[in-house]
Write a protein that binds this ligand. Structure first.
Ligand code: GLN
Length: 494
């Protein structure tokens, strides 16, 4: 089996009968087992995968043609999957088997995808290193030149999906992004990751973290694959009141289109304090874009520095409210031998939730409490509105798209996370949260390797519903960076 297949390569091979979906699925299942030390998967659905693959093989031999027919992919353990355990990597949901399928995963199934299993993630999608999972941390197979023994994290919260795609344990995977959880791990792992416009993918059946910010999206090996995956995942859903009723275009059509005449914005507030190496990456990327006919425009968005503080008020507030449902009574973990109902609530939640989740619930409850609501929560909502207006009035009136780094650093090691305070960890999201706060689409695309030999990603932010433009520009960066070739020089553990 050829390794590191993209969706389009897999579809080609399946159509030409070079291999069957069953062979492909078996190949990935064997790799998942072989590389189980990476801890990328938390549930492997062998039987279900093989049944789906067989069904796809029959459909292919009947001449059926669907976007993902027979393609083995992985699903972040945040999406409810009918009959397959879904935990959000929390002890409180350790044995939860949903009796229904999330809309996003149903859409993928309708397009013929084969699900291999569920991937590791930070508990309830809270984190930037995939170290808060109740199943333990997850790792990248990459090594950095300066310390080949360091075990690197794939970023978070969609770390398992990122590690799985980066190690070729599946063709592509789903992720979710509340403040950067698709783009940050994509950047660490040398992948493409897109967080679409809020409302493009249905949130129905996706375990809620912060409902006004959560969005599903793909993690993939190429921009084209991200376009194929997003087309399949997105679409109006009357089960989600915030779902946008818009036509989903064939995003692959925008790939390869000229970007001549486009205006690309560099935001001063995103450039402050960047390392020399990151400045070099941006300069190089601007060079590629200029050579392709773009104009680079420098601009300032004064509200941008307030996105991270506003996020760390709004997200915990919504999380505290969303997570109130886990009470040990209706489903999930229940503490035993409790004195009374109150004791049951307290002990189930105290045992069931991990440290980071408790920190968010406490913060959220505090900012929503009567005495502090106006000082924190209302103010954060006002800032959210100001940031959206700032992008509308001062960015997208002047430029078509914004370019920034995706993350301040490349992948770090698990040892480094030991010494990090929660706030230091939160700073990982400084470039990504803005798109969530402003409900805008953002994509991360690999732009090269760092001096330490690790992937570096750049981010493009577009106006609402301008995903096609993101794919168009990201594809140019991908071509110029020639990352699939560069990737071959990354030191691999396996
Ligand atoms: N790292 C951010 C957080 O911990 C974002 C998480 C996410 O996007 N789900 O809140």
């Amino acid at each position: 089996m050829k390794s590191d297949l993209t969706i389009s390569e897999a579809r080609k091979g399946l159509k030409s009968r070079e291999f069957s979906s069953t062979e492909l699925t078996e190949y990935y299942l064997a790799r998942i087992e072989q590389l189980s030390a990476l801890n990328a998967f938390v549930t492997i659905d062998r039987e279900k995968a093989l049944v789906a693959a067989k069904k796809a093989d029959v459909a292919i031999s009947n001449g059926e043609d669907k976007a993902l027919l027979g393609v083995p992919i992985a699903v972040k353990d945040l999406f409810c999957t009918n009959g397959t355990r879904t935990t959000a990597c929390s002890k409180i949901l350790y044995d939860f088997v949903p009796p229904y399928e999330s809309t996003v995963t149903q859409n993928l199934l309708n397009d013929g995808a084969v699900f291999l299993g569920k991937t590791n993630m930070d508990e309830f999608a809270m984190g930037s290193a995939n170290i808060t999972s109740c199943f333990g941390a997850c790792f990248l197979p990459f090594r950095k030149k300066s310390n080949v023994n360091a075990k690197l994290v794939p970023g978070g919260s969609s770390g398992g999906s990122a590690a799985a795609v980066a190690s070729d344990l599946c063709v592509a995977a789903t992720g979710s992004d509340t403040g950067g959880s698709i783009r940050q791990p994509a950047s660490f792992s040398g992948l493409v990751g897109i967080k679409p416009t809020y409302g493009l993918c249905s949130r129905w059946g996706m375990i809620a973290f912060a409902s006004s910010l959560d969005q599903a999206g793909p993690l993939s090996k190429t921009v084209e694959d991200a376009a194929i995956m997003l087309k399949s995942m997105a679409g109006y859903d009357d089960k989600d009141a915030t779902s946008e009723n818009v036509e989903i275009p064939d995003y692959t059509k925008s790939i390869g289109k000229s970007i001549k005449g486009m205006k690309v914005g560099l935001v001063a507030e995103f450039m402050e304090g960047l390392s020399l190496e990151n400045l070099d990456v941006l300069e190089k990327t601007c060079g590629w874009l200029k050579d392709s006919g773009c104009e680079i425009v420098e601009l300032s968005l004064r509200t941008v520095p307030y996105a991270l503080p506003a996020y760390y008020i709004i997200a915990p507030a919504e999380a505290a409210s969303n997570l109130a449902r886990y009470d040990g009574v209706r489903y999930g973990y229940r503490a035993s031998e409790c004195r009374d109902i109150e004791d049951l609530f307290v002990r189930s939640r105290s045992d069931g939730f991990g440290e980071e989740v408790k920190r968010r619930i406490l913060t959220g409850t505090y900012v929503l409490s009567a005495g502090y609501f106006d000082a924190y929560y209302s103010k954060a909502l006002k800032i959210k509105k100001m940031i959206s207006d700032d992008f509308r009035d001062n960015a997208f009136s002047k430029v078509d798209i914004i370019l920034s780094m995706t993350t301040p650093t490349t992948a770090f090691s698990i040892e480094e996370t030991d010494g990090m305070s929660p706030v230091e960890m939160y700073l990982n999201d400084m470039f990504t949260v803005t798109a969530n706060i402003a409900t805008l689409p953002g994509i991360s695309v690999p732009a090269g390797l760092s001096s330490d030999g690790l992937p570096v990603g750049v981010q493009l932010i577009g106006n609402r519903m301008m995903e096609e433009m993101l794919f168009r520009v990201a594809h140019v960066i991908e071509q110029c960076a020639n990352f699939r070739e560069l990737k071959k020089s990354i030191l691999m553990e396996v």
